[in-house]
Structure formats: C-alpha cells, structure tokens
Design a protein around this ligand. Structure first.
Ligand SMILES: [Zn+2]
Length: 672
C-alpha cells in the first residue's frame, strides 16, 4: 500500500505544478505576479484566505493540544475562527483594505504603512519586521508535517525527503504562476481539506462506536496525574466530572483566551490581509465572506472537534523522557488506526494545508523584499531614461526585472526556511513560537485603525511596532514568563491602547493629505453626496437630464449621452457611473475602466464624423459628478476652431428625429 500513497501524493503534486504552468500568462507584470492582476473572484479569494489560515500547525499541533486541554469544548475555537477570524475579518477589513490599497497603489503591507503615513522609515522597518518573523513562521509549517509523514510512510521515506519535495514543488508553482497559481492551487487544496476532514471525523467517531457513545466515553474521563502534576492544577481547579464532554469545558476563561487569540491574530498577518488587496469587486467580497466562513467552520470546527476526542485514544500526552507534553503526537496517534486509503487522504490534507500556507508566506516575503526595499521607487535603471521623461518600453523592462528578482527571492526564502526546518537553530526555533504574536502585535492595531481613523499618527504606528515586537521578544528572552500564546494576545490587544494614546499626543498628519487618502471611500458614502445624487443629471436622469442630454447607453464604467447643443456635430458626454467629484476618488481599476470607455466613445466619434480633433473637457465646479465632454472640432466649420469650446453656446438644436438618428448611429459605432 505504500506505493498507492506514493502514487496518489505524486499525482497530487503534479496537478499543483500543472496549475503553475497554466497560470504563467498572468504572471508577467508585478501586479499580475503578486496580486493576480487584482482580479481574483470570490471563490478563489475565500479559499486562499482559508487555506493560508489553516496549516499543519492547526491540524496537528493546536487541535491536539487544545482538544487535550479542553475536551469537546475546544470546538469553540474552530467556531471562533469561523465567526471572528473569517466572517468578522471580512466584514471589517475586506472592503476598506481593497479600496484603500488600490487607491494608494500599494501592493504589500509595509508599502501600505509607507504610503498611508508618507514615511520611508515606516516602510523599511515594517518590511524588516515582516521578514524576520515570516521566515521562522515558514519553517514552522514544515515542522508540522513531520510527524504525520513518519506515520504514513514509516521510516521507508524519511521526513527530510518530504520536506524537500514539498519545498521544491511549492517553489515550482509559485515561481511559475505567482499569486494566480497560488490561488487556484489553494482552491484544489481547500477541496482536499474539506473532504479529508469530513471523512476523518466520520471514521474516528465510527471507530469509537458512534457519536453518542464517544461523547459518553469522553464524559467519563478526568484529568490524569500527569496533567495535574504539571500546569494542570490551575487549569483544572474547577473540574467537574463530565467536563471534557460539556458545552464550555473544564476551563472557560482559558478557552476564551485561545478563541480570541487564534481568531483575531489573522487580522494582522500580512499574508492574510494581502488576500483582500486583489479581490475583484464588492459583490465578490460579499460572496467571499460567506464562502470563507463556511470553509473555516468545516475545517477549523472539524479539526478541533476531532482533537476533542484525543483522550479516548491517548492515555497521557506527557512525555516523561523529554519532561514536556508532546501534544503534536496526539492527532497522529488518533489516526494510526485508520484504513490505508484514508491515511493517504489525511496526508494529502496536511500537505495541502501546509503547501498553501507556505506558498502564501514566500510570496508575501519576496514581494515585500523586492517592492519595498530593492526596487523602491525605481522606474528605470541608472541612466536608462533622461530624468523627467517617461519611456514605456523601459518601464515595462523594469517591471519584468522586478518579477525576475521576486522569483529568485522565492527560491532563496524557500531554501532558507527549508534549512531551518531540517535543522532548526535554537534561537530560530524560539522565534517560530512567537512569530505570529510579534507580527500581529506590531501590525494589527495600526493597520485596522489606519483604515478607519484619520487620527492615527506616525508616532502611533512607530509605538505599536516597538510594542508588538518588544513585548514578544523580551518575553522570549526572559524564558517565557508569560506563555507565548498569551503574550501574543497581550501584544495584539495592547496595540489598540498604544496606537490611540500615542496618536492623541503626537503631531497629526496634514489634513489635506488625509482627505485625499480617505477619498477612496468617504466620498461615496457621506450623506451630502447621497442627497446631491437625487438631483444629479447623471444619477437621477429623467427631468434632470432632459434639458441638455439624451441617453445613448451604458458602458462598463460609464454612461454615454448625446449633448443636445450640436454646434459641434457629434458632441457627447461620457459620465462616470459613480457619483464622485474627482478622478482621484476612483480606484486604479475604476479609473482604467473609465478611460477605456472614454477611448471607446472617442473612436466612435472619429468613425462617424471624422473631425480634425476631438476636444476633451472635464469641468464640474458646481455639479459634482465626474464626466467628460467629447467635442469634435472641424477646421472647415471654423466655429471655435483653435479655441476653447464653450460649455453651452445654445446656438444649434436639432429635430427629435435627427437626435434619434444620431443616437442609433452612436449605438452601432460604440457597439451597444
Ligand atoms: Zn451623479
């Protein structure tokens, strides 16, 4: 049966690389490589979020450990991960993250801090923090799979072989296909995780004689001598018989702490939040919220529910040889009685979970290094373009160069993390334990607050970086007087005190700059604008449009109108679909789409009326709706030729039949 597992695993890995090859065409530019062209739909984004969230660390480590400590009530951790870690994270962060990062054109979290606060220092220090802690995090992902692979293949194939294979193949598909390949692979891996978890739970419960019997057996279990001799005295101070099968378990407060930590922690991790940069639109966000919540509910809820039965399979989690609890071996022991075919599925499950997390981590690290440090602000190499000029071909070459550098760095990061994973130096093994606490402690509060509150200052962000990294590292150097998980929680929650307090007493950012940053969403939401829309010709149309225009039709980002005053034959208006005053209020995608529409209409003008020149005018001092007048100018009809066209000269109006002829000519020429 060994060959069966080997063939299945290799087939699975071949699919992963195949997807990398398939996605190559999307990965030539930086936006394409890092963000999938900022055009990734609901399903892919939701699965990418979920699969990066849950790795072998959760499935093997946390599920075993917390299931052991809290029994069945550890299922609440999975439910918390779904409700707080997925649902609320999407509701609170997704829309604003998407809008603001697109508006600021930032592609990484350090770049967000640098641009949002206009500070080179913040950008650099944030990338250094991201780096120092993402690499041990990456190495930790390999460690999580070692136990299961030993169990699945025995000593026939050593763990090192699998670690190298996993590293090589992950590198392969990330290098080839970038984020798009990662997202498609996450989807496949996510399906394997959903099926795998469901099957494992069903079998484990069946093995114990059905759900009711298993719960009854668990209710009869009490903490053992090893538990009580170690740190269990406090944990089980109020233990009542049956607690391991009860709703809230033997240690309610401790459980609540773990729920908050494992759920809220993801809000501040660059590789998690990064998924929101690239989601395609608001509709995808709403669907993604639902999909990722259900995914987390099944995968995380399932893992912890399974872990809750650990005490039925393992007598003691305490390893008297090492003098420590060996929580990582609980889940593998529970699974050791499974049929071979299912064991193969479990291995694919853990491999999936780990590869997706690994891919996401290396892509985040390499893009941060490349875009924030190496190529920061460089649009050309030295002397390639005279200063003050723009050359499209050079710009394109530099884009390609950035992608090459990112690919090289991906190899570099995977090799380093692999070396660490195979033989972890003591210090890095320690860093692994605190990596997410430090990252979330430093980034969560300033990132979240910066999306919502204009009052966050540079000093506030600096203070939180120092606080988050400081408290977790000092705690580690002192030999963990506070356990690292609790310390991570203190770091994260403390940030929400540090940032506001320091911000209130330090100099604010200039109001004008802040208004520009927040234009990306406030413009469209505030009450005065909504009132204005009711009488705006382009929003309300009808009687507000009739005095000056006739609707021709709608394009993806705009509405097109024939201008009734026809001194310049063919004059039209292209109005943005959104009621925004300034072009700066659009995201880069919206702006690009709008200009594509303007171009499409201009081509129709040239085709229909062959003017010598089309003039473009965007005014609107009084009416606040972004629109362009497209005015054909003719040399032979010298009205206003060589001059600025009047807003409305009121000298030439047509018959209704002539208007409708023009409208239908335009509809044909534009392709409506
Ligand atoms: Zn309007």
């Amino acid at each position: 049966m060994l060959w069966f597992k080997a063939v299945l695993t290799l087939a699975f890995l071949a699919v992963m690389v195949g997807i990398g090859v398939y996605s190559r065409k999307h990965s030539r530019s930086v936006d394409g490589f890092v963000l999938g062209g900022r055009n990734v739909g609901a399903w892919l984004t939701a699965f990418a979020f979920g699969t990066s969230y849950f790795s072998a660390v959760v499935f093997v480590g946390y599920a075993g450990q917390f299931g052991w400590k809290y029994g069945l009530s550890s299922t609440w951790i999975g439910i918390g991960n779904a409700v707080i870690g997925s649902f609320l994270a999407w509701v609170v962060l997704a829309r604003r993250t998407r809008l603001m990062t697109q508006h600021l054109q930032s592609r990484t979290m350090p770049d967000f801090f640098g641009t949002r606060f206009d500070s080179e220092g913040l950008r650099i220090v944030a990338s250094v923090i991201a780096f120092v802690f993402l690499i041990p995090y990456t190495a930790g992902v390999y460690m999580g799979i070692s136990k299961l692979f030993e169990l699945g293949f025995g000593s026939a194939v050593p763990y090192e072989f699998w670690a190298v294979l996993m590293a090589t193949l992950t590198a392969g598909y990330v290098i080839l296909g970038g984020y798009k390949a990662t997202a498609i692979n996450d989807f496949v891996q996510g399906i394997v995780m959903l099926v795998g978890i469901s099957a494992v739970i069903a079998l484990v419960i069946h093995h114990q004689g059905g759900l009711a019997t298993a719960v009854d057996k668990l209710a009869a279990v009490a903490p053992n001598a090893d538990d009580l001799a170690q740190r269990g005295k406090e944990l089980y101070a109020n233990f009542k018989p049956g607690d391991f099968a009860s709703c809230f378990g033997p240690a309610k407060m401790s459980l609540l702490g773990v729920v908050v930590l494992t759920s809220l922690g993801t809000w501040g991790l660059p590789q998690m939040v990064g998924k929101f940069y690239s989601i395609t639109d608001e509709k995808a966000i709403r669907r993604g919220t639902v999909i990722s919540t259900i995914f987390a509910f099944v995968v995380a809820g399932g893992c912890y529910f399974l872990g809750g039965f650990g005490r039925l399979f393992v007598k003691t989690a305490f390893n008297s040889e090492s003098g420590k609890f060996a929580f990582d071996s609980i889940i593998p022991q529970m699974l050791s009685g499974l049929p071979e075919a299912l064991m193969a599925l479990v291995m694919l499950l853990v491999l999936s979970a780990s590869m997706s997390t690994l891919a996401s981590l290396v892509l985040t690290s390499s893009s941060t290094m490349t875009l924030d440090i190496i190529f920061r602000d460089k649009i050309s190499g030295f002397d390639e373009v005279p200063s003050g000029q723009i050359d499209d071909s050079v710009a394109a070459r530099v884009e390609r160069r950035k992608v090459v550098v990112m690919r090289v760095l991906i190899v570099f990061f995977i090799v380093i993390s692999l070396m660490i994973a195979l033989k972890p130096p003591h210090f890095i093994a320690q860093l692994m334990g605190i990596s997410w606490g430090a990252l979330a402690g430093a980034f969560l509060a300033p990132f979240l607050l910066a999306l919502y509150w204009k009052g966050v200052t540079r000093a506030g962000v600096w203070a939180c970086f120092a606080w988050g990294v400081g408290i977790t590292v000092v705690n580690m150097l002192l030999g963990n007087p506070i356990n690292p998980i609790d310390c991570g929680a203190i770091a994260m929650l403390g940030g929400f005190v540090v940032v506001p307090i320091v911000s209130l007493v330090s100099p604010r950012l200039p109001a004008r700059a802040l208004d520009k940053v927040f234009a990306c969403y406030s413009d469209r939401r505030e009450e005065p604008y909504r009132l204005e829309m009711k009488t705006c010709g382009y929003c309300a149309e009808g009687g507000y449009l009739d005095p000056f225009g006739i609707k021709i039709g709608e394009l993806p980002m705009s509405k097109v109108y024939l201008f009734k005053e026809q001194s310049h034959k063919g004059r039209v208006i292209v109005a943005c679909k959104l009621h925004v005053s300034e072009i700066t209020a659009l995201t880069s995608d919206e702006r690009d789409a709008f200009f594509k529409d303007v171009d499409r209409v201009a081509r129709a003008i040239h085709k229909l009326y062959s003017p010598e020149k089309v003039n473009y005018g965007a005014y609107g001092d009084t009416g606040h709706h972004l629109h362009f007048h497209l005015v054909p100018k003719y040399k032979d009809d010298d009205f206003e030729w060589g001059n600025v066209f009047a807003m409305n000269p009121k000298r030439k109006f047509l018959e209704e039949s002539e208007y409708s002829e023009m409208v239908s000519a335009y509809r044909d020429a534009i392709g409506l």
